[in-house]
Design a protein around this ligand. Structure first.
Ligand code: DX5
Ligand code: ZN
Length: 218
C-alpha cells in the first residue's frame, strides 16, 4: 500500500514569517510543503510565485517544495520554478493541450511532475498521463481559496485512479482535516494529503499532522 504524504498548504500560513511557518510544520512531522501559486486569471485570486519559492529554498535547503500552479499558462513558468528550487511542479490539465510534453519538460529540468484536475474535470482527461506523472491531484474544492468545504462528490475519481494505479501518488487538496474528510479521502484511496486551514489554524498542528497520517496508513 502507498504510504501517507502529509503536505501542509502554506497558503494558510503567515506570509510575513513564511520560512519559520514552513520550518515549524516540518519539525512537527510534515513530509512536504504545498505551495499554492495563483495568477489571478486561472483562478480569481493571487498568491505567490517563483521568487518566494527561491527564498523558501534558501532557508530550507532540504525541504520538498510541492508547487501547485493554478495558472493559465503553466508552460511559461516551468524554467523559473526549476531555477527557484521547486521539487515538484503540478499544473492543471485544463490549462494545457499537451500534458505529456509538459511532463517531459518538467522532468528534463529535474523536477517531479504533477497533473491537477478541477472538481468538474473528468478523470478520463488524465488517465493517458497517469503513469508518466509522479502525482495526480484531485481537487476537493474549486481552486482559488483556502478554507472552503471538502467536496465528497469527487471521490469516485480518486477511487478510479487508485484501482487502476495501485502505486500512484493520488493527492487531494481542499477542505481536508480530521474527523470525516481525511477518512473519506483515504478510504477512496488518496495518500497525499494537502491541508492548510486544519493544520495552521489548529492549536496543536503536530496532532493534526499525525492524525492525517494515521488516517491514511491505518
Ligand atoms: C486551493 C488550494 C489549496 C488550499 C487548501 O486553491 O489549492 O491548497 O490552500 O487549503 P484548505 O486546507 O484550507 O482548504
Ligand atoms: Zn493547492
Amino acid at each position: 500500500k502507498v504510504q501517507a504524504v502529509i503536505a501542509p498548504s502554506l497558503l494558510a500560513a503567515d506570509f510575513g514569517i513564511l520560512a519559520q511557518e514552513a520550518q515549524k510544520v516540518l519539525d512537527m512531522g510534515a513530509d512536504t510543503l504545498h505551495v499554492d501559486v495563483m495568477d489571478g486569471h486561472f483562478v480569481p485570486n493571487m498568491s505567490i510565485g517563483a521568487p518566494v519559492v527561491k527564498c523558501l529554498r534558501k532557508h530550507l535547503p532540504n525541504a520538498f517544495l510541492d508547487c501547485h500552479l493554478m495558472v493559465s499558462d503553466p508552460e511559461k513558468w516551468v524554467v523559473d520554478f526549476a531555477k527557484a528550487g521547486a521539487s515538484n511542479y503540478t499544473f492543471h490539465v485544463e490549462a494545457h493541450n499537451d500534458p505529456a510534453a509538459l511532463i517531459d519538460k518538467i522532468h528534463s529540468l529535474g523536477m517531479k511532475a504533477g497533473v491537477a484536475l478541477k472538481p468538474a474535470t473528468p478523470v478520463e482527461s488524465v488517465l493517458p498521463f497517469a503513469e508518466k506523472a509522479d502525482l495526480i491531484l484531485i481537487m476537493t474544492v474549486e481552486p482559488g481559496f483556502g478554507g472552503q468545504s471538502f467536496m465528497g462528490s469527487v471521490m469516485p475519481k480518486v477511487k478510479t485512479l487508485r484501482e487502476k494505479f495501485p502505486l500512484l501518488n493520488v493527492q487531494v487538496d481542499g477542505g481536508l482535516g480530521l474527523g470525516e474528510t481525511v477518512e473519506t479521502a483515504a478510504a477512496a484511496g488518496a495518500n497525499v494529503i494537502v491541508a492548510g486551514t486544519s493544520v495552521f489554524a489548529s492549536s496543536d498542528p503536530a496532532a493534526v499532522i499525525l492524525g492525517l497520517r494515521n488516517a491514511v496508513n491505518s
